[in-house]
Write a protein that binds this ligand. Sequence first.
Ligand code: NAG
Ligand code: NAG
Ligand code: NAG
Length: 356
Amino acid sequence: MTKWFGLLAIVAVAHAQGRGGSSGLAMLRFGCSELSIDRIDPLVTPGQIPSPHVHQIVGGNAFNASMPSADISELATCTSCTFTENFSNYWTASVYFKARNGSYKRVPQMVNDAIGAANGGVTVYYTASGKGQATAFKPGFRMFSGDALRKISTGLGRNTQSCFRCYTGPNFQGNVQSPCFDPKLDTEGFPTTPCPGGIRTSVIFPVCWDGKNLDTPNHIDHVAHPVGGPASFAVTNGQCPTTHPVKIPQVHLEIVWDTTKFNNKEDWPVDGSQPLYLSNGDHTGFAQHGDYVFGWKGDALQRAMDNGCFAATCTAANLKTQAFPAANRCQVKKSVNEDYDGWVKELPGSDMAGMA
Ligand SMILES: *[C@@H]1O[C@H](CO)[C@@H](O)[C@H](O)[C@H]1NC(C)=O
Ligand SMILES: *[C@@H]1O[C@H](CO)[C@@H](O)[C@H](O)[C@H]1NC(C)=O
Ligand SMILES: CC(=O)N[C@H]1CO[C@H](CO)[C@@H](O)[C@@H]1O
């Protein structure tokens, strides 16, 4: 159907070559529309309104600055994702363009390849290497991926957990290799030249869990990478360390930024350097990070992983879905009264200590 299935051919090869080599890769891939653009962060700065930087958020409408760490699938009444039993929340920093005159504008998001009539938002993947190979998250589970203070490369190459793809033209041109695998089009920092088709961010989460803690103070220590190091996209059969023995589904978020309106080099810095910033003030892109709050109903995600579900529907596991008109109607009113659409003199929150 489209290019992303070509991408999966590469994934399948990588998968078959891995340890175990079991068949039955399970991979959900579905779209979630924008739920809110807001300056709150229930994981990193719970209860704080406003929080230090702007986020783009998708998922269930239980999202708020102080959402409890209870089973949020019992609190939400709708989701902006197409799997309706999925009341999870996913959020990342937003991206801003800084024009030569010093003003900033938030870069809007666009719908990813082969997703449908979503409203911006995020593409979410859950991958397991086969039936019985991954244990779904428990209600109340939360985690964080990345480092909001990072200013240098992790040096992980294809196994980086955060990268940007520079599309070479409209309709996702250049989208051939697996995420973070393209030696030319994928970079760990922001692309340094204009991307004619926009830019896609990938954020990948760890695949091993300590089996005990639903969360930890830094939202990272209860999860870990396989003993061989961080897993690249969809290659989830690495062995978990004894401290974190439980294999969880690999969560991977893709966000596509419509930078096409900001490609005029006349508006770029005089020295020709790249003009993008993360909403936390990071100008390198290395500080890209993602937040995850689990919220699937009952055993829906476990059934999906165990039945080898693939893409955006799954009759084998009897997963319920909704179409985008319904998903797009699920929104959360922003809690901070701030302009996230016009040109602004400073990044929202830049006056706050510890913005990054
Ligand atoms: C967040 O939602 C919970 C219930 O889901 C509610 O108890 C709490 O008051 C809300 N907090 C804010 C800041 O709206
Ligand atoms: C700054 O430059 C942008 C892009 O050229 C323009 O749209 C915006 O109006 C300018 N803002 C100010 C305050 O001059
Ligand atoms: C299983 C379940 O509770 N499904 C619900 C998911 O959410 C939609 C609304 O978004 C409800 O209509 C479903 O009943």
